[in-house]
Design a protein around this ligand. Structure first.
Ligand code: FPP
Ligand code: MG
Length: 344
């Protein structure tokens, strides 16, 4: 008889951890970023119009542009280009998700059909390319080499990370070191770049620049570990994404790596077998799946991965102690807590 399944859930973020409160010092700027993205999506080309409307003009949590605006805000950097730069960061993120959803065959994102699902792989691949290259062209238009340089460098890292992840799919021998290398590139690089760009443009002192880069990098790691935990225990209605998509695609994430370490060879073989089988016939129930999920919980792999995310969030917050206390510093601290405790 199969045991009942009750996976632990991280505490729901408290009301003061709502993104709209956290972003209150940059509320006006973020609204302008959304408007900018909406305007960019208004193309006269009918072949692009619908896919642009359903992707670029439907932004998500705006965490990366939010980071950029909070840090420029902290330094009092008011150049009006900052809105377009923040929107360019979000457009690069959107382009990467359009590609990622093709690679992961994901049907759902932000509670809506992905571009992959709605328009098919050919259209979405080309539109993702288009959006990415347009973002780099926009970055070049600011006439400051640093902007395009930082964003292009981070994008290259994201692509590398995604390729490495793909290459390691179904590899039950994946090490934590390799996992951290992958998520550093595919996710933390754009978080770090958003912080670096903000402090470069604002002319921050070298020591603060480096602290803010480390802050962004650690925050990106937290973001991805929590993302990987949500794939295993988040509710689709809340995350807006299909649950178990990492397992379906054979992505070996931190909780899995930690659980696998404790398994005897025969269990590894069995799980490797049904991971491959599930990949082909995901809708078919696999015997032992619920027990496998329960084991991730009872064996402590989920809790220990969350502990690691907490430790990294602590490191991120530590970097912020070099900033003057105030509204912006407080928002960056709260944003770190939000990323750790988020349910979507
Ligand atoms: C989400 O991973 C994906 C990323 C953080 C990066 C994706 C990068 C690429 C596809 C390379 C192309 C990049 C550019 C700039 C064009 P996930 O699948 O773990 O997260 P999910 O649950 O949100 O899908
Ligand atoms: Mg994905």
């Amino acid at each position: 008889m199969s045991r009942s399944l009750s996976l632990p859930s991280v505490d729901r973020p408290q009301p003061e951890l709502s993104l709209s409160l956290i972003f209150s010092p940059i509320r006006t700027e973020l609204a302008q970023v959304e408007r900018q993205l909406f305007n960019w999506a208004r193309t006269s080309n009918p072949a692009l119009r619908e896919i642009a409307r359903q992707t670029v003009s439907r932004p998500g949590k705006l965490i990366r542009p939010g980071l950029f605006l909070l840090i420029t805000g902290y330094f009092g950097y008011k150049n009006r280009d900052r809105i377009k730069i923040a929107a360019t960061i979000e457009a690069i993120h959107s382009a990467s998700l359009i590609h990622d959803d093709i690679i992961d065959s994901s049907a759902l994102r932000r509670g809506q059909a992905t571009a992959f699902k709605a328009f098919g792989p050919e259209f979405s691949l080309l539109f993702g390319d288009y959006l990415f290259i347009k973002s780099i062209v926009r970055a070049l238009e600011f006439k400051n080499n640093k902007i395009a340089e930082i964003l292009a460098e981070a994008s290259g890292q994201m692509i590398e990370g995604e390729i490495e992840e793909l290459a390691q799919s179904f590899n039950l021998e994946l090490t934590e070191k390799a996992y951290f290398k992958i998520i550093s590139k595919k996710t933390a690089s754009l978080f770090r770049a958003s912080c670096r760009l903000a402090s470069e443009l604002a002319g921050a002192p070298a020591e603060i620049k480096s602290e803010l880069e480390t802050f962004g990098f650690n925050l990106g790691l937290v973001f991805q570990i929590v993302d990987d935990l949500l794939d295993l225990k988040g509710e689709t209605q809340e995350t807006g994404k299909s649950r178990f998509s990492d397992l379906r695609e054979g992505r070996i994430t931190l909780p899995l790596i930690r659980a696998i370490k404790t398994w005897p060879d025969e269990q590894k073989k069995k799980v490797a077998g049904w991971l491959k089988k599930r990949h082909r016939e995901w809708s078919e129930p696999v015997a032992g799946f619920n027990d496998f999920l329960l084991e991730l919980e009872t064996g402590g792999a989920l809790a220990s991965s969350l502990k690691t995310a907490e430790k990294l969030a602590g490191r991120a917050k530590n970097c912020l102690t070099k900033l003057e206390p105030g509204l912006y510093q407080e928002s960056l601290i709260k944003l770190t807590e939000f990323v750790l405790k988020r349910k979507k």
